[in-house]
Design a protein around this ligand. Sequence first.
Ligand code: AMP
Ligand code: GLY
Length: 432
Amino acid sequence: MNILLIGSGGREHALAWKLKQSPLCGRLFAAPGNPGIYEEADAAAIDIADHDAVAAFCSEYDIGLIIVGPEAPLVDGLGDHLRRGGFAVFGPDKAPAQLEGSKGFTKDLCTRAGIPTAGYSRHSDKASALAALAEFDLPVVIKADGLAAGKGVIIAENQQQAEAAIADMFGGGFGDAGAEVVLEEFMTGEEASFFALTDGRTIVAFGSAQDHKRVGEGDTGPNTGGMGAYSPAPVLSAALEQQVMDRIIRPTVETLGKESMPYNGVLFAGLMLTADGPKLIEYNCRFGDPECQVLMMRYTGDLAALMLAVAKGELAAADKPEFADMTALTVVMAANGYPGTPEKGGAIAGLEPQAGGKIFHAGTAMQDGNLVAIGGRVLNVTAVGANVTAAQKAAYAMVDRVDFPTGFCRRDIGWREVEREMQSEVESGGRI
Ligand code: AMP
Ligand code: GLY
């Protein structure tokens, strides 16, 4: 079966790498792809914003499965267009993709389905948002409703910051994403990510992860798309995962189904583990980046078969996803300047394969025969180990062999778990 993979980041490199290991996978095409992805796939010269062109390519190359990696094409309706053309697509239609495309949509769905989440109010004008501030304690969370590449969330510590954030959003500071604003109660707890696959009827768990969103060590500085991640997330115990499935994921899928917006693909739930149990922070309608990279390092099944079963509505009959009983950890190497304006064109070397690890390309390009950085997040250096401490050690040993002088990375990915592992070693008298 020929497969078309849409996207060009580290997430898609990890998917391409895993798809290519499937006996089902014939020719794998990527649009637009990147130099790492091209080690596994052929470049498809199509503009993914041109939905007719994507459909024409799929007909011409007899594509049996289309996987849409990023959220923007899904929110833009690429899934609907290809499904209408009779193709098997992994990724939701435009209406259910609003789970990521509109924060207000998700909050209202939580209300209808009784899903635990932060209290909120929705506003389409500045005056009503400012007036509603009085109903929230500080800090208060202020969100641009639409897609804002992870930047549309402001945690205001005082009234002045809150008012400035609201003014900025309605003033166009976040483009169209800020035409509507959501105010939210601030939740406290540890964050974790949970993934589930669904064809709209059957739902299966697809692992957990934790990422580090802040650019600086000790989780300080501005937010980024994620500077590193590990899987599984030990804080998300089996009992908590069951709660997340029962109270958050299943009611979401069932409610969307009842309301004629059946969800197909991966649901990525960002969770706050509060004193009152897990609560939903947000949904994404695609895999996390770089969370996907660590999930793919641990997933032991046939990814093409599983994604095809989701796309065709046959998930009930598919093999249950299995994961290696070990930890995978990825360190993001970013270009200097990220998450502001990243330096472009920096040379990269030292990416020779290393046993037990994998370096995924996120923002790279070939220029005059040389590999260079062209994005903010450039490489995802990924390793496995018996626990987070071991996986972290292996990942940084790989990082140290990469030659990327215009890049940087955090040196503490996984620190929370490493501390807990150290603590439990102390408590057990040195025995783990
Ligand atoms: P989001 O893009 O909605 O995931 O938000 C980005 C980050 O903002 C999350 O990972 C949290 O760290 C933080 N955040 C969002 N909503 C809340 C909330 N209601 N309470 C506390 N922190 C939040
Ligand atoms: N790493 C967070 C995300 O993919 O949204």
